[in-house]
Design a protein around this ligand. Structure first.
Ligand SMILES: Cc1ncc(COP(=O)(O)O)c(C=O)c1O
Length: 404
C-alpha cells in the first residue's frame, strides 16, 4: 500500500490548471523513473504497467538510449531537412533493414506517420495504379485508433474522438474489423489502401480472428491495393515479435511506426516501404522540420540496435506467456475475458464489480499503474524490461482488487 500524500493533491491541481482538459489522467504526479518503476512527487514508487502506451517498451531511461541521447546532445541536435546530418543515413538504413523494406521516411508522432501513409497511398494510387483524380478511397476498420488529426478522426468510429470536428475528410470506407467479406465488398477499382492495426490497441487489445490478416494480405495483393499496417502500438517487440503482423507471417506493403521508436525519450515515427511505393514522393510534397533530426536519429538508431538483438522480443514472448496464463486464471474470478499477445493484454473486468477507471485507481493505490480504455476494459502493457517477479506482483495486485 502506498503512504500518505503530501504534495500530490496540489501537484494534480496545478497540472490541470493551465492546460486544456483533453485528458483524464490518474491522480499521480511522476517525478522520476527507472526501468519499469516510476516515483511520484511524494516519493511513492509504482510499477508502470502502461509504459506510455508502448512508447516505453525498453523501460524508463534505458542506459543505452540515455547514453546515445547524451552523446548526441553534446554534438548536434537539429539541422532541419534543408541539410543532411551524419546520423541520418545509418538510422534510415538500419530501420529499413529491420523492417525488410527498401526505404523509410522519418516523422515525429504516430499520427504523422499515419498521415504520411495516407498521402503516399493516395499518390501511389494516382501515379502507379492509375486511379482517376480525386477518386481514391482507403478501407479502414471499425474500432480503429490511428491518431487525432482532422483526417484521422474523420474515419474514427469513436464519437468522443470524432464528434464536433467536422467537416470530415472524405475518401475512407469503414468495415467491421475481422470481417473479410465486408472488406472484399468495400474494395473497388479506386481503392488504394487498406489501413489496419494488426491488433487494435485503444479498442481494448482486440486480436482479429486467425486467418484474418493473411486474408487481408491476399485480397490486397489480388486487387492491387496497398496494405498499410499501423504497428505504432503493436510493433517493436510489444507482442513477442518485432511486428505483430509476423504472428501470421504477413508482410504489409507499408509499416507505420512510432511510440517505442523514440525510446521513450524523443518523439520519433516513420513509415517503411519499398521504393515502388515510397518513391512516389518528390521534393516539396511531404516533410517535417523535426522528422529524422540528429537527436531523434541517434536515439532511434540505438532502439533499432536493441531490437536487432532479438532480446526484447524474446522477453515479451516468454513473459507474455506467463502473464496470459496468470490472467486466464482470473477469468471467472472478476475478469470476463482476457485478450492479447506478448506483454500486452486487454482485460474485461466484470462491470458489476467496478469500472475500468475504478480498477486503475484501485491498482494505483496498490502501486501499479495501468489505464482503462473503454468501459470496464483495462490495458496492461508493461515495459519489456519488467522482471518475472515484478510481473507476478502486478498480477497479484490485480487479483487482490478483484477479490476486495
Ligand atoms: C495504433 C496507433 N496509431 C497511431 C497512434 C497515434 O500516435 P501519436 O499519439 O504519437 O500521434 C496511436 C496512439 O495511441 C496508436 O495506438
Amino acid at each position: 500500500m502506498i503512504e500518505e500524500e503530501v504534495r500530490t493533491p496540489a501537484a494534480v491541481r496545478d497540472a490541470q490548471r493551465w492546460t486544456a482538459h483533453n485528458y483524464h489522467p490518474l491522480p499521480v504526479v511522476v517525478s522520476s523513473a527507472e526501468g519499469a518503476w516510476v516515483t511520484d512527487v511524494d516519493g511513492r514508487r509504482y510499477l508502470d504497467c502502461l509504459a506510455g502506451y508502448s512508447a516505453l517498451n525498453f523501460g524508463h531511461r534505458h542506459p543505452k538510449l540515455v547514453e546515445a541521447a547524451h552523446a548526441q546532445l553534446d554534438r548536434l541536435t537539429l539541422t532541419s531537412r534543408a541539410f543532411s546530418h551524419d546520423r541520418f543515413a545509418d538510422f534510415c538504413r538500419e530501420l529499413s533493414q529491420l523492417c525488410g523494406k527498401e526505404l523509410v521516411l522519418p516523422m515525429n508522432t504516430g499520427a504523422e506517420a499515419v498521415e504520411t501513409g495516407i498521402k503516399v497511398a493516395r499518390k501511389w494510387g494516382y501515379r502507379v495504379k492509375g486511379v482517376a483524380a480525386e477518386q481514391a478511397n482507403i478501407v479502414v476498420a471499425e474500432g480503429n485508433f490511428h491518431g487525432r488529426t482532422t483526417t484521422i478522426v474523420s474515419f474514427s468510429t469513436d464519437e468522443d474522438a470524432r464528434a464536433d470536428f467536422g467537416p470530415y475528410t472524405p475518401g475512407f470506407r469503414c468495415v467491421a474489423y475481422g470481417d473479410l467479406d465486408a472488406l472484399t465488398a468495400a474494395i473497388d477499382e479506386n481503392t488504394v489502401a487498406v489501413l489496419l492495426e494488426p491488433i487494435q490497441g485503444e479498442q481494448g487489445v482486440i486480436v482479429p480472428p486467425a486467418g484474418y490478416l493473411p486474408g487481408v494480405r491476399r485480397i490486397c495483393t489480388e486487387r492491387n491495393v496497398l496494405l498499410l499496417a499501423d504497428e505504432i502500438q503493436s510493433g517493436l517487440g510489444r507482442t513477442g515479435t518485432t511486428f505483430a503482423c509476423e504472428h501470421e507471417d504477413v508482410v504489409p506493403d507499408m509499416y507505420l511506426l512510432g511510440k517505442a521508436l523514440g525510446g521513450g525519450i524523443v518523439p520519433v515515427s516513420a513509415v517503411a516501404a519499398d521504393a515502388g511505393v515510397l518513391g512516389v514522393l518528390q521534393p516539396g510534397q511531404h516533410g517535417s522540420t523535426f522528422g529524422g533530426n540528429p537527436l531523434a536519429a541517434a536515439v532511434a538508431t540505438e532502439v533499432v540496435r536493441l531490437l536487432a538483438t532479438g532480446e526484447f522480443q524474446r522477453r515479451s514472448a516468454e513473459l507474455g506467456a506467463r502473464l496470459h496464463a496468470k490472467l486466464q486464471a482470473l477469468v471467472g474470478r472478476g475478469l470476463l475475458a482476457v485478450r492479447g499477445r506478448g506483454l500486452w493484454a486487454g482485460l474485461d473486468i466484470d462491470p458489476a464489480l467496478m469500472s475500468g477507471r475504478e480498477a486503475s485507481e484501485r491498482l494505483m493505490t496498490r502501486g501499479v499503474l495501468a489505464k482503462d480504455t473503454h468501459g470496464s476494459t483495462i490495458r496492461l502493457a508493461p515495459p519489456l524490461v519488467i522482471t518475472e517477479e515484478e510481473l507476478d506482483h502486478a498480477v497479484a495486485q490485480l487479483a487482490a482488487i478483484l477479490a476486495e
